[in-house]
Design a protein around this ligand. Structure first.
Ligand SMILES: NC(=O)c1ccc[n+]([C@@H]2O[C@H](COP(=O)([O-])OP(=O)(O)OC[C@H]3O[C@@H](n4cnc5c(N)ncnc54)[C@H](O)[C@@H]3O)[C@@H](O)[C@H]2O)c1
Length: 355
């Protein structure tokens, strides 16, 4: 592993995207989202995706200079046409509109059309929490989730994210896909040639497999319940946006990099102050989480955590130790550095505690 310091790496990614003429605000959101996601230990959706994003930007699959069109269709609803830009940027733009509408109306909801992969959903929820609101973020994704009772994938792992501001610590953050594993993690296991945990993937016949090379679909969380949640997300992100659904969505990988994916996302901001005084809400959320954390442990060595706690723990470590890159990813980053004549930050020489 090579550990890179987060802030210089973020600036380096902005420079690379700038060299490809990406709009500064688009570049800033992509770099900020990837850095935040890796710092929080969500490596599947962090900086390791950057070389892929640069390839799609160069090839025109993603538009670095979008002309957004936002149509406010009702006081608290709108549709953002994202002009095929990075989902990280279109999602932030959509959440900005959702927050503005929630300030006026209590709730704001924005459907995004003609977008692309948005990375980790938490990035957008945190934007709402900064404004003292609850943020919800959803996206559909390519068909990778095994259909409950079937052999093949039809829906994507379609993540669901709920973020709420909390007193004295980072916001509560539940950010989860409807699959028990993410496809980007399967790719990481493939790279490392390690067997998968049992029960997370199925092969081409729909049978459980631990061989990452044989994996063709991901197992839904909670069987038919996770499958049902994935369909709920599909309805929000495909039917409210007018974008393709299920197997009709163009995949992220194994397509020419110039492919425009026409992804849809859905965001919502809820203005807490229209329901409860914000300070009371944040104080009570802190008490609620602390009470949960204090619940009796099944195994004395393993703490009871609130959703988001594992990432808070990794964040503390990585702020000092840097963001780890596998040997393969580090080679890709060095290639990009040479290609754009932009020196990468010097690696951090610290022992990194694994996640
Ligand atoms: N853009 C896309 O198309 C896409 C698709 C799928 C997933 N994703 C992203 O992938 C990322 C990873 O998703 P995932 O489902 O693999 O995450 P995960 O399984 O690692 O974690 C899911 C949630 O469970 C919480 N959690 C983990 N351990 C816990 C414990 N012991 N106690 C309490 N809570 C705990 C985490 O804090 C997190 O909120 C997310 O950021 C998601 O948005 C993106």
């Amino acid at each position: 592993m090579t550990n890179l310091p987060a802030e210089p790496l973020r600036r380096w990614m902005i420079d690379v995207l700038g060299a490809e003429s990406a709009d500064p605000s688009v570049a800033a959101h992509v770099a900020e989202s990837l850095t935040q996601t890796s710092l929080r230990g969500v490596d599947s959706h962090g900086v390791r995706l950057f070389p892929h994003y640069v390839r799609t930007l160069r090839a025109g699959g993603v538009n670095g200079r979008p002309a957004y069109k936002f149509a406010r269709r009702a006081p608290s609803c709108g549709v953002l046409a994202a002009d095929h830009t990075f989902g990280h940027a279109s999602g932030a733009e959509a959440m900005k509109h959702a927050i503005e509408m929630a300030r006026e109306c209590g709730i704001g909801a924005v459907a995004v059309q003609h977008s692309s992969h948005f990375g980790a959903a938490a990035y957008f929820g945190f934007l709402a929490a900064e404004a003292d609101m609850i943020g919800l973020a959803f996206t559909h994704s390519d068909a990778l989730l095994q259909t409950y009772g079937g052999t093949q994938p039809y829906l994507g792992p379609n993540p669901i994210c709920f973020v709420a501001p909390c007193l004295g610590e980072a916001p509560f953050c539940l950010d989860m896909s409807c699959s028990s594993f993410s496809w980007n993690k399967i790719r990481q296991y493939r790279e490392r040639q390690e067997p998968l945990p049992a029960g997370v993937a199925a092969d081409s016949r729909g049978c459980a497999t631990v061989d990452p090379a044989a994996a063709r679909s991901l197992t839904p969380i909670g069987e038919y319940k996770g499958y049902g949640l994935a369909l709920m997300v599909e309805i929000l992100c495909s039917l409210l946006t007018g974008m393709p659904y299920g197997v009709h969505i163009k995949p992220m990988f194994d397509v020419p990099p110039e492919t425009r994916r026409d992804l849809g996302h859905f965001f919502m901001a809820i203005n807490i102050s229209n329901f409860q005084p914000v300070a009371v809400f944040k104080t009570r959320l802190k008490s609620l989480m602390d009470e949960l954390r204090g619940e009796p442990r099944l195994n004395g060595a393993i703490p009871v955590m609130a959703p988001g706690d594992p990432e808070k723990h990794v964040l503390q470590i990585r702020r000092a130790a840097g963001i780890p890159l596998s040997a393969a990813d580090w080679t890709e980053f060095q290639k990009l550095g040479r290609q754009y004549n932009l020196s990468l930050p010097a690696p951090v020489e610290k022992e990194l505690v694994p996640r």
